[in-house]
Design a protein around this ligand. Structure first.
Ligand code: ADP
Ligand code: MG
Length: 339
């Protein structure tokens, strides 16, 4: 008899986790923006080069990290956001898995600079492929700056799998939009190859949507609001006449987190029944607020799918709320017999 099982070294485990967490540059952008939000930043700057393939940098003015935490943040399962499994159902943060930085540091060159408000100096750490290259004292302002360079430098298969810069940039902008729409109270800037792509001032939901999708969007929006014991709904649907064949502008946010839900999407479509031309998709920007106890976010590492306790009730409320809003705005059906 011989024993053949062994524990994988940390850097290997991190690289495996990275396979799930980091699919492309946009995944890194999402994780870093979410960390900045969890750190209570009021201003967040995203700087990328070559669609994130050579550089992704996020600079925030959040709470920063202590010397010890700065080092620990790159360990797997190291998080300041939950302490036990019950906390998963009281989540007020985007993160909780404690694996984004460990994963990213396993497959890129990472430089972190961070400082807490009361500290005189900050900490600078450089990591490559999970190996700490240096940790030094540095001069920096309150908050955190993370540079992720040469993503997938040690995984040629992944690097070669990346799409053109146009496609990767599109994915990054999509993530940026989602995060920015979920947090209109935060100022966001984005730069690509040295030019400004977005400059989003602090605003409200409606203004943020208009700032992102352009001035003409404003006249297309029909407000949606409802409050029940189960859910508070706010946001907008696009007037039916503006519905497009492409599924571009369809967003659900649950407790300020962008999610995908074919089921709730169906509820919106059902509310538009009889109002849309064949094959047209309505736009929607729907913000749902529910008790964290009534949802499970821990389904997939990217957290874009969640489980609702009472999905059927939510469906019904959403559908009737949107139907009501469309009715109030005197949106006439296209074909009478479709009703
Ligand atoms: P998670 O977000 O799930 O906790 P991460 O690997 O993304 O895991 O981050 C690990 C920890 O590092 C966080 O819990 C947080 O304490 C700290 N951290 C990461 N990014 C920042 C930041 N921008 N500002 C302050 N702290 C941060
Ligand atoms: Mg995180």
């Amino acid at each position: 008899m011989s024993d053949i099982i062994q524990l994988l070294p940390d850097h290997v485990a991190n690289q495996i986790a990275a396979g799930e967490v980091v699919q492309r540059p946009a995944s890194v952008v999402k994780e870093l923006l979410e960390n900045a939000i969890d750190a209570q930043a009021t201003v967040i700057k995203l700087i990328i080069k070559e669609a994130g393939k050579t550089l992704i940098q996020v600079i925030d003015d959040g709470v920063g990290m202590s010397v010890t935490d700065a080092r620990l943040s790159f360990e797997r399962h190291a998080t300041s956001k939950i302490k036990n499994a019950e906390d998963l159902f009281e989540l007020n943060t985007k993160g909780f898995r404690g694996e984004a930085l460990a994963s990213i540091a396993a497959i890129a060159h990472v430089e972190l600079k961070t400082k807490q408000d009361n500290d005189e100096v900050g900490t600078e750490i450089k990591i490559e492929g999970s190996q700490v290259i240096s940790q030094e004292v540095c001069v920096t302002s309150k908050g955190t700056s993370i540079c992720v360079k040469n993503l997938f430098y040690n995984i040629p298969a992944r690097r070669n799998f990346l799409k053109s810069n146009t496609v990767e940039l599109r994915h990054i902008i999509d993530e940026f939009h989602r995060v920015a729409m979920a947090h209109p109270n935060i100022k966001f800037d984005m730069y690509h190859n040295g030019s400004e792509v977005f400059n989003l001032p602090v605003s409200n939901d409606r203004q943020r949507i208009v700032n992102i999708f352009g001035g003409k969007t404003n006249e297309k929006l029909v407000p949606v609001t409802e409050e029940t014991d189960l859910v508070a709904i706010s946001g907008f649907v696009g007037k039916p006449e503006y519905a497009k064949r492409s599924r571009g502008e369809q967003f659900f946010f649950v407790n300020n987190r962008f999610i995908k839900s074919p089921y709730l999407n169906h509820a919106v479509n059902a509310a538009f029944e009889g109002l849309l031309k064949d094959k047209a998709h309505p736009s929607y920007f729907i913000y749902l607020r529910v008790d964290p106890k009534s949802i499970d976010i821990n389904i997939h590492p990217t957290k874009t799918e969640i489980k609702f306790e009472d999905e059927h009730a939510l469906y019904a409320i959403l559908r009737s709320t949107i139907k009501h809003s469309l009715g109030q705005f005197n949106v006439a059906p296209i074909l009478d017999f479709d009703r």
